[in-house]
Structure formats: structure tokens, C-alpha cells
Design a protein around this ligand. Structure first.
Ligand code: FMN
Length: 200
């Protein structure tokens, strides 16, 4: 078990070290987190992969299909909560922030770096969430055996989008049998950021 944190700056370093590691390592507990949006018709939450974390700009990034409901929701209602949990060592990170789509140029540059196998995620014929008659993956005839190499890569570019989340607040909870610890980092995109311990 990890020792208790002695200072808030130790907590902050731990958060960023782990966010960076979670981007790189699929088995890290924070590699996937639950991203919640809040359109007027009610909150929606889903798992997305953490694709980038940048401490200097205090931003996180995720990728999605530009045709998905969340894409249009985010353009209109960009406030998000993104929550991560790593059971070992028992740490929850609740991020609140504002999501902004990358520019078309930056999106294409990013798309060019994606491994070909990832493009399959953006190759459905119809928009994600469209009703259909069967349980097909909607990749065309013989969908169960479509190899990534058979995907029309260029056709996936307009479907690909990436959002950067400017972190406004991070609420960190460390679960320990001896007693939990909780810390809040707020105002992270203002001139007066604050940090404080909270009762867990
Ligand atoms: C482990 C896991 C990782 C996922 N990663 C992503 C992701 O990075 N981007 C994404 O758009 N959807 C991802 N999904 C699918 C979403 O959870 C969701 O089902 C889909 O995006 C549709 O959401 P929407 O209807 O709110 O647009 C992932 C699902 C799981 C289970």
C-alpha cells in the first residue's frame, strides 16, 4: 500500500505522473474514465480512453466519432466531468472542465498518427447510435472478418474528432484502510488557482 501523502504538491505530482502513465499504458486504472456531459435533457455518461494529458496547459484529450451524439452535445454544452478510478492503489480523480474540439488542421494531423487498426472505430457506415435491424458492427458485408487493412482509411477522416478538456477542477480521493485522504485543486484555468485538503 502507498504511504499517506504528506503535502498537496506531492498529491499534484502523483496525479500528473499517473495521468501521463495512463495515456501510455492500457492497463493503468486511469486509462479509461467515465466522461459525463450535461445537455438540458439530462446528464449522459460513458467510458472514453484518455489519449493525452498535458500538465503545463492542464488539459486532457479524448477521441470520438464526429457523428456521435456526444460530439454535437459537447459543441453546445461543453462543460464535462471526467472521472477515473484506479483500484490499485485505490485512487479516484474527478476532473471538471470545458471540452473544445481540436481545429480541423490539428484533427487531421492527429488522425495521421493513428495506427490503422484504430480507424475501424470510425468506419461504421451509419452514425454511432443509429437504430438497425441486426447486431452488425455496420462495417459492410462480412463485417466480422473485415481486416483493418481493408478499411477505406480516407473515408474515416471526416468521422474522427478529438476534444481537449481544459481542466478547471480536480478532486482527488485516496482510499486507505488507515484513513482516506482528499484534496481539491480548483480555479486551474484562472489567475488564482487554489489547492486544499478536504474531509474525505
Ligand atoms: C473501454 C471502453 C473505451 C471506450 N473508449 C471510447 C473512446 O475513447 N471514445 C468514444 O467515443 N467512445 C468510447 N467508448 C464507447 C463509449 O463508451 C460510448 O458507448 C460511445 O462513444 C457512444 O456514446 P454517446 O452515445 O454518448 O456518443 C468506449 C467504451 C469502452 C467500454
Amino acid at each position: 500500500m502507498k504511504n499517506a501523502f504528506a503535502t498537496l504538491s506531492e498529491v499534484e505530482d502523483f496525479i500528473w505522473t499517473n495521468l501521463h502513465e495512463a495515456v501510455q499504458r492500457g492497463r493503468h486504472g486511469w486509462h479509461c474514465g467515465v466522461l459525463a456531459t450535461s445537455p438540458p435533457e439530462g446528464p449522459e455518461a460513458r467510458v472514453v480512453v484518455l489519449r493525452a494529458a498535458e500538465r503545463d496547459s492542464r488539459t486532457l484529450r479524448f477521441h470520438t466519432d464526429a457523428r456521435s451524439p456526444k460530439h454535437s452535445q459537447l459543441l453546445d454544452f461543453p462543460k464535462v466531468a471526467w472521472t477515473f478510478y484506479d483500484p490499485d492503489p485505490g485512487v479516484q480523480l474527478r476532473v471538471s472542465g470545458t471540452a473544445r474540439p481540436l481545429s480541423a488542421l490539428a484533427t487531421e494531423a492527429l488522425w495521421n498518427t493513428l495506427p490503422r487498426r484504430c480507424l475501424k472505430s470510425y468506419a461504421t457506415i451509419h452514425p454511432p447510435g443509429s437504430p438497425q435491424e441486426t447486431g452488425s458492427a455496420d462495417l459492410g458485408p462480412g463485417w466480422e472478418s473485415v481486416e483493418p487493412g481493408a478499411i477505406d482509411a480516407a473515408a474515416t477522416l471526416p468521422h474522427f474528432s478529438a476534444f481537449e478538456v481544459a481542466i478547471e477542477k480536480m478532486d482527488f480521493l485516496f482510499l486507505r484502510a488507515a484513513g482516506h485522504q482528499r484534496a481539491l485543486f480548483a480555479g486551474l484555468h484562472t489567475n488564482a488557482p487554489t489547492q486544499s485538503w478536504l474531509v474525505p
